[in-house]
Write a protein that binds this ligand. Structure first.
Ligand code: CP3
Length: 341
């Protein structure tokens, strides 16, 4: 039994004294104890070494006492397992030297046995569960098939992913084949993560907002829906789409336990679009963590009042930024934990 199950109760929509809180990308980036490990080990070594991944996962919990931990890893371990080379270049980000642009490229893309290719993630989960000692739930995650396709086709990060969108619009059949292979791999991967011990899963559609609402229904949403269908009876699923306010209604009706909201959509509008049915998660502007701690505390209270304390998970509207002062992150967490007290 997990001692602090506030997060899991909020995902079920139960009445709570205060909302649970965690921060997207909470493991790493801004923490000095993470930076110390980052200096010694390269990115994929950190992901692939269960001792390191589990240590990084619990670092923010020890420092701040969030109500959930998220496993340290990356969405790009999926293309890596599918036989697409992925490098993480310091001060540049992801780099895929052989992007998928034509039928020949696609031929090499496999649906792997996730236990063979990603067994190290399952080992990291087992080790993390031991370190967490049933204190708080552990979240596992994957990128949405569309967001993974963005990197596979573009070959690197981008402000607009024009090549990825162009690939979908000029070679839709190939795009759908790639999306389906990513979906099949992701479903097997998330199921294995649940079997290994994660208590909930989140799908990050970080680049969903690059698509028009109509194209979202063609190239992103149907694949996320497949993932939700396959996972929802095994663990609570959270769907987060950045810039995807237009899809909040589908997300709320998908069988997902919770829907993530970014900061460009007001709490009132998010509740309206989701019909008040589903648990919502979000949506503090990550850059607002640069405001003075006293202001952060006031704004957090306003945010919770606006969403309502029930059917709600307090979080940022996207990942925490690298240069956030430690006391500001603390102010955010503490403000949620003292809500209503
Ligand atoms: O809470 C956590 O930090 C858990 C681990 C986590 C990482 N990546 C570690 C990481 C999670 C949940 C992710 C998800 C991820 N990765 C997403 C979706 C979430 C989002 O922010 O939209 C995306 C788009 C990626 C792809 C990715 N990985 C990029 C674009 C980069 C480089 C820029 C950056 O974010 O720093 C990464 C590298 C990465 N993944 C780092 C970390 C801690 C930083 C590099 C390093 O530590 O050496």
């Amino acid at each position: 039994m997990i001692k602090n199950d506030l997060f899991l109760r909020a995902l079920k929509g139960e009445i709570v004294d205060r909302p649970p809180v965690w921060m997207m990308r909470q493991a790493g980036r801004y923490l000095p104890e993470f930076m110390a490990l980052k200096e010694k080990y390269d990115f994929f070594t950190r992901c692939q070494t269960p001792e390191l991944a589990s240590e990084i996962t619990v670092q923010p919990i020890r420092r701040y006492g969030m109500d959930a931990a998220i496993l340290f890893s990356d969405i790009l371990v999926i293309p890596q397992a599918m036989n697409i080379e992925v490098q993480m270049k310091p001060n540049f980000g992801p780099y895929l030297p052989n992007p998928i642009r034509n039928a020949q490229d696609l031929e090499k893309v496999i649906v792997p046995d996730v236990h063979d290719a990603l067994g190290y993630v399952m080992d990291a989960i087992a080790m993390t569960k031991e370190k967490l000692n049933e204190e708080v739930p552990l979240i596992g995650f994957a990128g949405s098939p569309w967001t993974i396709l963005c990197y596979c086709v573009e070959g690197q990060g981008s402000k607009s992913f024009d090549k990825a969108r162009g690939f979908c619009f000029t070679q839709p059949e190939m795009a759908h084949q790639l999306l389906q292979r990513i979906t099949d791999t992701t479903i097997a991967y998330l199921k294995a993560k649940v079997a290994a011990g994660v208590n909930a899963v989140q799908v990050f559609d970080s680049w969903g907002g690059m698509l028009s609402p109509a194209d979202y229904q063609i190239f992103s949403w149907p694949y996320i829906q497949q993932i939700v269908n396959a996972l929802k009876d095994e663990a609570p699923v959270i769907v987060f789409g950045k810039g995807c306010w237009f899809a909040l209604k589908e997300m709320a009706n998908s069988g997902a336990s919770a829907v993530g909201v970014d900061w460009t959509c007001s709490p009132e509008n998010a509740r309206y679009l989701t019909g008040g049915k589903v648990t919502l998660q979000g949506n503090f502007d990550p850059a607002r963590l640069l405001s003075p701690p006293e202001e952060i505390k006031k704004m957090v209270k306003q945010m919770i009042d606006a969403f309502g304390k029930d059917k709600y998970v307090a979080n940022l509207g996207h990942g925490i930024l690298p240069h956030i002062p430690l006391e500001n992150a603390k102010a955010f967490i503490d403000a949620v934990k003292s809500y209503g007290a």
